[in-house]
Write a protein that binds this ligand. Sequence first.
Ligand SMILES: C[S@@+](CC[C@H](N)C(=O)[O-])C[C@H]1O[C@@H](n2cnc3c(N)ncnc32)[C@H](O)[C@@H]1O
Length: 273
Amino acid sequence: MNGRVSFIGAGPGAADLITMRGANRIAEADIVVWAASLVEEQCVRDHARADAEIVDSSQLTHDDVVETYRRAARDGLAVARVHSGDPSLWGAVQEQYDSAEQLGLETEIVPGVAAFSAAAAVAGRELTVPEVAQSVVLTRLEGGKTPMPEGERIREFAKHGTTMAIFLSAARTGQLVTELTAGGYPPDTPVIVAYKTTWPDELTLHTTLDELAAVVKEHKLWRHTLFLVGPGLCAGGTRSHLYHAGHFHTYRKADPQARRELRAQRGAARAAE
Ligand SMILES: C[S@@+](CC[C@H](N)C(=O)[O-])C[C@H]1O[C@@H](n2cnc3c(N)ncnc32)[C@H](O)[C@@H]1O
């Protein structure tokens, strides 16, 4: 057989948040490459074969990892490359994927539960709330090892006033608050601070923009932390039209009285604009 590399999203931490496909690929692998600092060991140990070669990628360069892929291509081995969260977000997957393809390996990406959706779940919040926030911006603060492209500053995204999930920025919270404030979020904007979400020592804190820097400093949350920001995080009382009895769609008829009420509400809202 040709060798194969599966890039697997292991989820945010808890070992049982990996997908069944991801777990199956680890179970099939001759070699499992994983980052011990980002993925819980149990996630690998629970699924890997007893005779699988387990490689901790924390100490490896890109070229070192590619050497493993080269060996897989030569010897027809299956490699499970385990990433935290979902591989499509800040996983440095693309360069590995392209190298694996060039080596003639079969390649695939198995999606995972990203940290921002796990943080929303742990906090018991929906990130898109009718009439308050209908978009989610996934981003990070500039100034880290990776320069931000032109036009992607936090203050520009903040102008939308919707929900933001901000990764990789906890070590520069003061700068983050300045950016969010410059973009127009008021000081009392709700913020959820999610540290090591779904790990045994996870911490979820509810605060506001003006308190954020102090909260992060008090708990020393410089790493493994993301922030959910936006007015939707405390919004309640708005109702989804999709599940309103007056709304119809392919699979459900509307209740006539509820439909009349819904139309009247929409008319009143338009008149008020
Ligand atoms: C290199 S990025 C990887 C993101 C990952 N691919 C994902 O889909 O969530 C690492 C950043 O993701 C966030 N992160 C990852 N796992 C987390 C967790 N369990 N709890 C809180 N933040 C997490 C933090 O902002 C961290 O600095």
